[in-house]
Design a protein around this ligand. Structure first.
Ligand SMILES: Nc1nc2c(ncn2[C@@H]2O[C@H](COP(=O)(O)OP(=O)(O)OP(=O)(O)O)[C@@H](O)[C@H]2O)c(=O)[nH]1
Ligand SMILES: [Mg+2]
Length: 303
């Protein structure tokens, strides 16, 4: 098994090796270069890099080589890094600790399709917030499945983070509303609202989410996606963004993710930042996403 993000790293390495002639110079014959770029684009797409992003990367590299602005391996690697970095930079940054300083309570709605890791991520974010001096409350507004409430309750028992439960079958928006009042009355400074995970094509789900957003007026709408679903994660992101708007992402199962391209695709296509990555099944397996660390993992060293 390759290590985390290993396949994307292999693809970058393969491309770089294929156009670097000697230790320092680039291949000059144009046909060879075009062939290598075409191959590179397909490689990127096969590693979950969205078509538009792969094309943008390949086109920019092609232009710069033609203009002789890239002449050696070092500049090639540096330029790849700059191009991809710029995607992450233009998607902006969300720091929930910063937000939590000014909005009380800070209201965060978590959404996503079934099984991506929403409920687990809520518990992880709650633990993260508590470790940084906050008093989070989890709200179980997933009233669609009886088991969903139970899941959040279990996380509450294990972590000691309080949970506000709704009745099975109750209106999720009113559960969320009541939960927020409860938080306000008892001094919780962040509320984390769990929503039902159904197929993202479900019309009822969209109506339900719209209603929740209208009632809750969240400060942050986070979409949870599972890295292992690859291109599907990007489709889900497009869908939720069109339906109710998405402010940022949590990418789960990063610990088991080999293909590597999902972070690039999310920020390139949606222009929204990745706030956290899930790196395992433990409550502490959550990290603020850092694109520089990501680039260090997927790109080879410059020399
Ligand atoms: N390895 C790994 N597993 C994770 C991560 N996040 C969640 N999981 C696992 O994924 C499974 C599903 O997680 P849930 O949190 O129940 O997912 P959900 O989106 O709430 O699911 P539904 O409520 O059924 O839609 C659980 O077994 C989690 O332990 C992660 O970052 N890494
Ligand atoms: Mg759940």
């Amino acid at each position: 098994m390759l290590s985390k993000l290993g396949k994307l790293r292999e693809s970058f390495k393969k491309f770089i090796d294929s156009v670097v002639d000697t230790a320092t110079t680039l291949l000059i014959p144009k046909e060879k270069l075009y062939e290598a770029l075409e191959e590179f684009k397909l490689e990127l797409i096969s590693r979950d890099v969205a078509f538009e992003a792969a094309e943008d990367i390949a086109n920019k590299i092609k232009e710069l080589i033609e203009e002789k602005k890239i002449r050696d391996k070092k500049t090639l690697v540096k330029t790849l890094r700059e191009i991809i970095s710029s995607y992450f930079e233009s998607a902006g940054r969300i720091d929930i600790l910063e937000l939590a300083k000014t909005r009380k309570p800070l209201k965060i709605v978590f959404m996503g399709v079934n099984g991506v890791g929403k409920t687990t991520s809520i518990a992880k974010v709650a633990v993260y917030l508590r470790e940084h001096g906050h008093r989070p409350l989890m709200i179980a507004a997933d009233t669609f499945r009886a088991a969903a409430q139970e899941q959040l309750k279990k996380h509450s028992e294990k972590t000691g983070i309080p949970v506000f439960m709704g009745k099975y079958g109750a209106d999720p928006a009113s559960v969320a509303y009541d939960g927020i009042s409860y938080a306000q009355n008892r001094g919780f400074d962040v509320v984390l609202i769990d929503t039902a995970g159904r197929m993202h094509t479900d019309v009822d789900l969209v109506n339900e989410l719209r209603k929740i957003m209208k009632v809750v007026k969240p400060d942050l709408k986070l979409l949870v996606v599972d890295a292992l679903t690859g291109n599907d994660a990007i489709e889900q992101a497009r869908f939720f963004n069109d339906a109710v708007g998405v402010d940022g992402f949590i990418v789960t199962k990063y610990d088991a993710y080999e293909e590597g391209g999902v972070p690039i695709s999310l920020v390139y296509v949606l222009k929204k930042p990745i706030v956290f990555i899930g790196t395992g099944q433990d409550y502490r397996d959550l990290k603020p996403f850092n694109h520089l660390e990501y680039l260090d993992k997927v790109l080879p060293q410059e020399d």
